[in-house]
Design a protein around this ligand. Structure first.
Ligand code: ADP
Ligand code: MG
Length: 462
């Protein structure tokens, strides 16, 4: 075993130990020993974890009872994990996990940054795997792509800031990272930094606590290109927004390039300070939409070549047809198929692929429950869930409440009286009025329609 593989094994062991330590706290000792003994991570490829188990009982049990728990726990330690699969321990590959009885002996896997971008450079936070070469361009992303490319040639002068928005798994991070990598390639010596807005926030908080604000300021203001991903998470964080505003201005005044991403346009980010919103809107705004069938197929073909796998066209067509939610999900399906192909070592035919992917297709639109809907709407508008239910006529609460009623009716077909009783015991006529009101607005107000579209995506992506 060479050093690199050794490192991977250690990392996987650490990750699995983290999962086991969480499982152990929530199941009986007997159950833990029965189902989790001699399990370990067999491989981790492109966010898919394959767990090796000793027998088919354990496989079935873990698949049916613990799948969700394990996935959640894995993601807690390594957010980029997409799926978990189980195989019965293939001969010769076992690296049995040694049970450690005492908790304090266990090594805790760090929760965040280290796993945020596996393989990322520790100064720039850029991961070399994200390049323009690997980014398939189609009608849904061509504007964002063109703007991104143009920035790498004209740093700080053409579009500043560049603001890219779009739903989950549609390629924002890929594009942002590709800009960073390309700038470093084209312009030696330029300083580039990529950071998620959560990381920006946690570093800021740490700097305040440790009285290291000067260092923090210096660090963020020295770059030629500063890339901040998912700025919607700045919403509601006043102190962070304040500091971000100053960082933004300092860079902007020196013609340094700022690139931002979000899941929605600046005007739809609630509780974003106006001065920051207008800064965000001051440059170029480009959206990334949903890829159509041809583009999904092109993405799959590209990835297959890159992974040096070989799959029949009808298999790729099947995947493109059936995985439409986003590119991350599309990739996940492809990875699942490729992993199975490698494990079985035989060429796969379409029927095998259908069988392999059927569990992922079985739960397309999970019927979102009322709680999820309320959470999503409250989260979107940045208000407290309880406020939505209690009797208040504050306009900032009334509209979101109407939106909830409308969605319950139109999307989920609840009756007017049942919606009324679920949303704080209101009369059915109130619900009818709300639905009419929102329905009317949707017809006449394009940006409102866009807002509702984004809320729906949030609900379905839970
Ligand atoms: P987001 O940040 O918008 O949630 P990501 O950038 O993480 O989405 O993209 C999800 C996955 O899909 C990544 O693995 C990324 O490489 C891939 N991907 C997204 N867009 C494209 C594209 N146009 N071409 C190839 N791969 C893509
Ligand atoms: Mg992202």
């Amino acid at each position: 075993m060479n050093e690199a593989t050794n490192e991977v094994v250690m990392e996987n062991e650490g990750l699995w130990r983290h999962v086991l330590s969480e499982v152990e706290l929530s199941v009986s000792h007997a159950s833990f020993n029965t189902w989790f003994q001699h399990t370990h991570i067999y491989s981790k490829t492109e966010g898919i974890i394959v767990v090796s188990v000793p027998n088919s009982f354990a496989k079935e049990w873990l698949e049916s009872k613990f799948n969700k728990f394990i996935l959640k726990s894995l993601r807690g330690a390594s957010p980029d994990i997409k799926d978990v699969q189980f195989i019965i321990s293939p001969a010769g590959s076992a690296i049995p996990f040694k049970f450690k009885k005492k908790k304090e002996e266990r090594e805790v896997v760090p929760q965040d940054s280290q796993f945020e971008f596996q393989g990322a450079d520790k100064d720039t936070n850029l991961n070399h795997k994200y390049t323009f070469d690997d980014f398939v361009v189609g009608s849904s992303n061509e504007l964002a792509h063109a703007a991104a490319v143009s920035i790498t040639k004209n740093i700080g002068t053409v579009y500043n800031p560049l603001f890219i928005y779009g739903g989950v798994g549609l390629g924002k991070t890929h594009l942002l990272q590709a800009i960073g990598n390309e700038v470093l390639k084209l312009h030696k010596g330029k300083l580039v930094k990529y950071v998620s807005s959560e990381k920006f926030t946690s570093e800021l908080v740490a700097a305040i606590q440790n009285r290291e604000m000067e260092k923090f300021k210096e660090e963020y203001r020295k770059h030629d290109v500063l890339i901040i991903d998912d700025v919607q998470f700045l919403a509601g964080k006043d102190k962070t927004q304040e500091e971000f505003f100053h960082t933004f201005n300092a860079l902007y005044e020196k013609n340094k390039q700022i690139i931002l991403s979000s899941d929605r346009p600046p005007k739809a980010i609630p509780t974003l300070e106006d001065r920051l919103r207008s800064r965000f809107e001051g440059g170029m705004i480009a959206d990334i939409g949903y890829p159509d069938y041809e583009m999904r197929l092109a993405i799959l073909k590209n990835k297959v070549v890159k992974k040096e796998a070989s799959l029949q066209d009808e298999v790729l067509e099947y995947i493109s047809h059936n995985f439409q939610k986003n590119i991350r999900e599309l990739e996940g399906a492809l990875n699942k198929v490729i992993i199975q192909m490698k494990i079985s070592k035989n060429p796969l035919i379409l029927d095998d692929v259908k069988r392999i992917l059927s569990p992922s297709l079985a739960t397309p639109k999970k019927a979102a429950n009322i709680k999820q809907i309320i959470q999503s709407v409250a989260g979107f508008y940045g208000i407290n869930e309880k406020q939505l239910i209690i009797k208040t006529r504050k306009q900032e609460v009334v509209r979101p409440r109407q939106v909830i009623m409308y969605l319950l009716r139109e999307e989920f077909k609840f009756s007017y009286p049942s919606i009324g009783s679920k949303i704080g015991g209101r009369d059915h006529t109130t619900v009818m009025h709300a639905c009419e009101k929102i329905g009317g607005l949707l017809k006449n107000d394009e940006s409102f329609a866009e807002e509702i579209g984004m809320i729906k995506k949030l609900i379905y992506s839970v």
